[in-house]
Design a protein around this ligand. Structure first.
Ligand SMILES: Cc1ncc(COP(=O)(O)O)c(C=O)c1O
Length: 360
């Protein structure tokens, strides 16, 4: 009998979310994020779900691109961190990858490379995130240098990344103004928007939107989703089943270090999912877990392989009763908030031992 803990990837939800994002940004092209194994959903499975709908995808590294190519994905793949060494340029050129260029070292590599085909470059400019990107004052000169290189395809994209788009228009205003002040007159396409901006900030949509978390139907936080996000559906459901139920008398404690103490005679269900599966160890007592279709509070520390849940208010659940850790009945953002993290970390943290099921 396999362990009942299961991540189900819903291909219809992925397609519906892609369509919702496309409808929300009708004048833009979408380049969905497949980095970090498609935010933990399985990059190749996500690409299979979307089929021809996506024009291109974005990944973090050549290794991620290579895996997608081995699995038969044919769309252009943008390498978001660009080349890590000169050999990556050849890889990109031979494998239909687009390349982020975010610093002078990468510019030098590009100018010196001998490539079979010109590369489509995304020129990253740092407008305030202060992570990657050319300084704004370097952008125009770098653009001119690159556009004159035979290694560079004439259709370039100028892009930047927001640090707080989920907080609204005011929080991106400075970055947009700085971007426009240096990029507006360059004859290139533009890309600014992540999910939050694609959904809620139409003036940031420009030529290419780069949605990640919204494609996966997982909010940034536990806060109510913005208007466009209401249509999004969770693409992953993490489920399991009850494997033990015990009576715990008032005053007894449950789990490591006895963090949770029964305030009344209680019924505790044990579920075979723990931090080694990617369930967050920092989840607090009270974190919601759906047992038999009803929300019940986590009771006690998350162990490596198990959690314990207070099911006193349910009719005694049977062994094998259905459990949802997050998904359609329980937004992942709520679980993330209870563990003081974000849905991104939970999704990308599902470990290899969790079985996958594709709902096609
Ligand atoms: C450069 C870049 N663009 C887009 C995204 C997508 O962000 P989100 O998942 O919030 O849509 C990311 C995610 O980290 C990113 O690094």
């Amino acid at each position: 009998m396999p362990r009942p803990t299961l991540a189900t990837i819903d291909h219809r939800a992925l397609r519906a979310n892609f369509t919702a994002l496309a409808e929300q940004s009708p004048h833009s092209k979408l380049i969905p994020m497949l980095k970090a194994d498609g935010y933990g959903h399985g990059a190749s499975a996500v690409a299979a779900a979307l089929g021809d709908a996506a024009l291109a995808y974005a990944v973090a590294a050549p290794e991620e691109a290579q895996r997608l190519r081995s699995d038969g994905v044919t769309q252009p793949l943008l390498l978001l961190e660009g080349a890590f060494e000169p050999a990556d340029l050849l890889f990109a050129s031979e494998n239909n990858c687009w390349l982020m260029v975010h610093n002078q070292r990468q510019v030098e590599w590009l100018l010196q490379a001998k490539l079979p085909a010109a590369l489509r470059i995304w020129l990253g400019v740092d407008t305030g995130m202060h992570r990657l990107g050319l300084a704004p004052q370097q952008l125009q000169a770098t653009y001119r240098t690159l556009i004159n290189s035979s290694n560079v395809h004439s259709a370039m994209v100028i892009c930047t990344h927001f640090h707080s788009a989920e907080l609204g228009a005011e929080q991106v205003a400075e970055q947009v103004a700085l971007f426009d002040s240096v990029a507006a007159e360059l004859p290139a396409e533009q890309s600014l928007a992540n999910s939050a901006a694609t959904l809620a900030l139409p003036h940031c949509q420009r030529d290419w939107c780069r949605p990640g978390i919204a494609l996966y139907g997982a909010g940034h936080t536990a806060q109510p989703p913005s208007a466009g996000a209401t249509a999004l559906q969770p693409a992953m459901t993490l489920s399991s089943a009850v494997i033990a139920v015990r009576e715990v008398p008032r005053g007894d404690r449950v789990g490591y270090n006895g963090r949770w103490q029964a305030q009344r005679d209680s019924l505790i269900a044990t579920i075979p999912v723990g931090y080694a599966d990617g369930y967050p160890r920092h989840a607090k007592d009270g974190t919601p877990v759906v047992v038999d279709g009803q929300r019940c509070p986590l009771a006690g520390r998350v162990s490596m392989d198990m959690i314990t849940v207070d099911v006193t208010d349910l009719a005694r659940p049977a062994l094998g009763a259905a459990v949802e850790l997050w998904g359609r009945q329980l937004p992942i953002g709520e679980v993330a908030a209870a563990a003081e993290t974000i849905s991104y970390q939970l999704l990308t943290g599902i470990s290899a031992r969790v079985r996958r099921q594709q709902l096609i």
